[in-house]
Design a protein around this ligand. Structure first.
Ligand code: ATP
Length: 288
């Protein structure tokens, strides 16, 4: 027996994938059409997402949509609820209330399917230091049950993209902090996810590494991946995010493009001035 809710679930998923295949076929609309229409597809949706820890509302009725192919910035002061939100998106924490849909899939009902289409880059990643870079990428590919054919090629491409080709056979314990961070990002991409969820992407990267990662994110988004990024680095968010949500005390207090945020804050200037105005003067990196 199909309940209305179940039919709603199917049609939501089918609609997104049908539109995706239609609009990403170059012969249908050409490149310009692809870029324009892609942005109508909701890749991430929160509906009244709420998390309460022992009476404390860490995340309070968040609702938002992130279109496909967008780099989305999720910023806020310490304790605003960013990491809690990300943990719910990747299935580490259960929401107290509300829903998260990724590519139309309800993460509470289809966690395995969702995990197959997301790549997660945590703020404090764990690496098996006694493995080489190649062994670690093979291990990650195994978790996603990737097929052997073309895996060597995929690993070689990722090592090259992240400038780690000369280090693939070396143990991770000999890598610098920045190299480990680049390897983690490469590992999150191994299965070509549709959505990349990143908590503080630039930790430990030198300026060259940071530039490389920014270029990679932009390229992924151009190719249709959606990047959901939490960061304290406002200059980074301003530079690469097409849309931003500012969260404070678990709630979204402003969201949209830079222009939308300026209007909502009633200030001209950069994201830092907007952020300070909206959150009452507290910079995201400051301790509360
Ligand atoms: P930061 O920028 O400092 O990383 P954040 O925006 O990621 O902060 P969260 O770590 O999500 O914020 O925390 C949101 C709120 O939830 C804070 O008040 C925090 O103290 C509380 N919190 C987080 N984890 C737990 C937990 N396991 N138990 C109880 N309270 C928690």
């Amino acid at each position: 027996m199909f309940s209305a809710c179940y039919i709603g679930e199917i049609s939501r998923f089918a609609r997104n994938d049908m539109l995706l295949s239609l609009f990403t076929r170059p012969s249908t609309l050409g490149t310009l059409g692809t870029l324009n229409f892609r942005h109508f597809l909701k890749m991430i949706t929160f509906e009244n997402l709420t998390k309460i820890y022992r009476g404390i509302k860490a995340v309070d009725s968040l609702s938002l949509n992130v279109p496909q192919g967008t780099i989305f910035g999720f910023i806020g002061p310490n304790g605003a609820g960013k990491t809690t939100t990300i943990k719910m998106m990747v299935g580490v924490l259960q929401p107290t209330r509300g829903k998260i849909y990724i590519n139309g899939l309800d993460i509470a009902r289809e966690p395995s399917k969702v995990k197959r289409i997301i790549g997660f880059i945590p703020d404090r990643p764990f690496l098996y230091e006694k493995l080489s870079g190649i062994e670690f990428l093979r291990f990650m590919a195994g978790l996603y049950r990737m097929k052997e054919n073309r895996l060597d090629e995929r690993i070689a491409d990722l090592l090259s993209l992240f400038e780690l080709s000369d280090w693939g056979d070396e143990l991770i314990e000999s890598y610098s902090h920045g190299m480990k961070q680049r390897l983690i990002i490469a590992s999150a991409m191994i299965h070509e996810p549709k959505v990349i969820i990143v908590d503080e992407p630039m930790v430990g990267l030198d300026p060259k590494g940071a530039k490389l990662v920014k270029e990679v994110f932009k390229e992924w988004a151009n190719d249709g991946a959606t990047v959901f990024m939490s960061t304290h680095t406002l200059a980074l968010a301003q530079e690469i995010c097409q849309k931003i949500a500012i969260v404070d005390k678990g709630r979204i207090v402003a969201s949209g493009t830079s222009e939308d945020l300026k209007k909502q804050a009633g200030v001209e200037g950069n994201l830092e001035s907007i952020f300070l105005k909206i959150t009452g003067g507290q910079y995201p990196g400051e301790n509360v």
